[in-house]
Design a protein around this ligand. Structure first.
Ligand SMILES: [Fe+2]
Length: 155
């Protein structure tokens, strides 16, 4: 059976670093990068977000990847992540009680799986399959730490 999202037994991010990461979105410089009201979502690297403690903790305790914060302001349409086969995600705030990631076949219509990624647990998801995100509550954000695990050259 195909696995779309795999939970990983990895350490929980220390609470003070979660708070630091959550607080950074109220920083005006970061808001400029990720809060453009015309954009559906925003990404900022932990380098650019100036979160060196979190970056070093992730590199040492999870994997030496290029870590980002991602912010979805509304539900995300069906897509494949560009140039990405797998993505590791740690949800800081799901953006609502009923937020799900849904996976589709290549026809973009046949629903294959619906999953909640939960909160504050590590998930590796198959980003090369079509997927969307549904259920973000009005005025809330889905906020996550994320990194590309496997790249792919095309698509
Ligand atoms: Fe995606």
């Amino acid at each position: 059976m195909e696995v779309f999202a795999q939970r990983m037994r990895l350490p929980t991010v220390p609470v003070e670093m979660v708070q630091e990461a959550l607080a950074v979105i109220s920083n005006p410089d970061i808001q400029k990068k990720i809060m453009d009201p015309t954009d559906l979502y925003g990404f900022v690297s932990l380098w650019d977000a100036n979160l060196p403690r979190l970056r070093q903790w992730l590199e040492g305790n999870v994997a030496p990847l290029v870590w980002h914060l991602s912010l979805f302001k509304r539900d995300m349409y069906i897509h494949k992540d560009p140039r990405t086969r797998s993505r590791i995600i740690y949800i800081l705030d799901p953006g609502g009680e009923n937020v799900v990631t849904r996976y589709y076949d290549d026809d973009k219509q046949t629903l294959l799986e619906t999953e909640s990624l939960g909160r504050e647990n590590w998930v590796v998801m198959n980003a090369a399959r079509y997927h969307d995100v549904q259920g973000i509550a009005p005025g809330q954000y889905r906020y996550a730490i994320t990194a590309r695990v496997h790249s792919r050259l095309v698509g």
